[in-house]
Design a protein around this ligand. Structure first.
Ligand SMILES: *Cc1c(COP(=O)(O)O)cnc(C)c1O
Length: 472
């Protein structure tokens, strides 16, 4: 398999060439030159595989520069029952009500679905760095979920150090405890004065110093990484197999969405031939994506226009993986993609599909549907699921359930992806139910553990000096 850029750089790269990279040199995102097709016989074979075996089977269609036996071992190490809440299914499906089901993607070490991809990324990074005899210093900014998933994936990995900047005092006590209680010598938490955007600015400033970046092999683990997306394709297959008996049945998925990474993996699974009827994009009040799927206009927001909501991991102003879908929508017309995401967005702040026919294709050919949820609807959904189904769901998953159950009823199973466990957002659960969610035993008292964190002013030089002193 070879990979090319969505914006026209046609230099063909192999998987391990793009594994440690972010954007393509022309500013586009990497995509496979084609989608490997999965036929009926293959689906039948895959139905009985364990999660790590299924992961290996899917990944090997996209990765031909890692020996099959090595890839098998990396998948086996990433997806153990021990690391995913003691359940060997890794992503267990549970019924909610009627055709609604929930796919549990949040049983990993940080209790959010980002572990599903990040745990594999940790294995792949360590493997490839060792093979090249290189090292990597991962620098990132986080407001919660991504940073902790990255730290838990990279802890103890050879050749990798993680420097994660978070806004001092602005994460929940539970999120702070999750990150700051890690005692691994290769994990460095920096709590910085300011808000998330200030942290992000410092990361950008450090990365813009190219000699510094090169000298210290600075990299990232952001959501546009192709390997992360690929790892997420696996659980669409796993969810399908659990919800169906036979391979001529269809299912739909409803995906709480922010950066369009999660649901883009569903798009890839569907393009490979997995029988997915609809892909439902669920947003919160920050409904950039819902607006596109309703009107055909993509209009990213400024950070001033981005609301702080009670499903904060979906509070995004632009959907950084969306370009991948647009690439397929315009039948891989890289000129069109480069124009829309380059000059058109810069000039007009938006672009629009040019014909009603194009918007019809979004729905009918690609199966996309969308909806959005508000704070009140989120709370009502949490309460309804608790009352009617005896389960607690987190506010992001609630956005998904709300949107899924407000669509016209169709016969196929509707699988809502559970993107976090309720304990991560205890205050909202308390507001919705008048009671706090129960906590996994392993996390009792996590707030009282010793913390390993460096407090710092909003100062690029200080961060650079700190990296200089501690880099791998
Ligand atoms: C990251 C995240 C999302 C959004 O996922 P995208 O891939 O950015 O669309 C939704 N819910 C939770 C809990 C998350 O951490």
């Amino acid at each position: 398999m070879r990979y090319v850029s969505t914006r026209g750089d046609a230099t063909e790269r192999r998987f391990c060439d793009i594994l440690l990279e972010g954007l393509a040199p022309d500013g586009g995102l990497y995509m496979p030159v084609h989608y490997p097709q999965v036929d009926e016989a293959t689906l039948a074979r895959w139905r009985d595989l364990s999660y790590p075996e299924l992961a290996c089977a899917i990944l090997s269609r996209y990765i031909d520069d890692i020996a099959p036996e090595d890839l098998r071992q990396l998948c086996a190490r990433a997806y153990t029952a021990e690391r995913f809440g003691g359940d060997a299914r890794i992503a267990p499906l549970r019924p909610l009500q009627g055709r609604l089901h929930v796919l549990g993607l949040s049983n990993g070490p940080t209790l959010a679905f980002k572990d599903m991809a990040m745990q594999l990324l940790g294995q792949l990074f360590e493997y490839e760095l060792a093979r090249r005899g290189e090292r990597l210093n991962i620098l990132g900014a986080t407001s919660g979920d991504t940073g902790s998933a990255a730290e838990y994936a990279m802890r103890g990995k050879r050749g990798i150090q993680v420097f994660m900047i978070s806004p001092d005092g602005r994460m929940s006590p539970f999120q702070q405890a999750q990150m700051f209680s890690l005692q691994d010598p290769n994990i460095f938490n920096i709590a910085m004065q300011g808000v998330f955007d200030d942290c992000q600015d410092v990361v950008k400033a450090v990365s813009a110093d190219l000699p510094f970046k090169r000298r210290h092999a600075i990299g990232t683990v952001n959501s546009i990484n192709w390997a992360r997306l690929l790892a997420q394709v696996v659980y669409y297959f796993a969810g399908y197999f659990q919800a169906t008996q036979r391979n001529d049945e269809t299912v739909s998925f409803c995906v709480p969405s922010g950066n369009f990474g999660n649901v883009c993996a569903g798009h890839v699974a569907r393009m490979m031939g997995l029988p997915i009827k609809q892909l439902v994009v669920a947003t919160n009040e920050n409904n950039v994506l819902h607006e596109f799927f309703q009107t055909g206009v993509y209009r990213p927001r400024s950070s001033a226009e981005t609301q702080e909501t009670s499903s904060p991991s979906m509070d995004i102003s632009k959907a950084s993986n969306f370009e991948r879908f647009v690439f397929d929508l315009v039948q891989r017309d890289t000129q069109q993609v480069a124009t829309w995401f380059g000059p058109t967005l810069a000039r007009d702040g938006a672009f629009a599909l040019d014909t009603p026919e194009a918007l019809r294709r979004v729905h009918e050919v690609f199966g996309f549907v969308s909806g959005s949820s508000s704070h009140a609807q989120r709370l009502r959904t949490i309460a309804w699921v608790h009352q009617a189904c005896g389960q607690m769901i987190d506010p992001h998953t609630a956005d998904g359930v709300w949107v899924a159950q407000s669509l016209p009823d169709t016969p196929e199973p509707m699988i809502v992806l559970e993107t976090a466990l309720p304990i991560k957002f205890a205050a909202t659960l308390q507001e919705a139910l008048g009671q706090a969610p129960t906590r996994p035993a392993a996390l009792e008292g996590i707030e009282d553990r010793p913390k390993r964190v460096q407090r710092m002013a909003h100062d690029v030089q200080q961060v650079k000096a700190y990296i200089e002193a501690h880099a791998a």
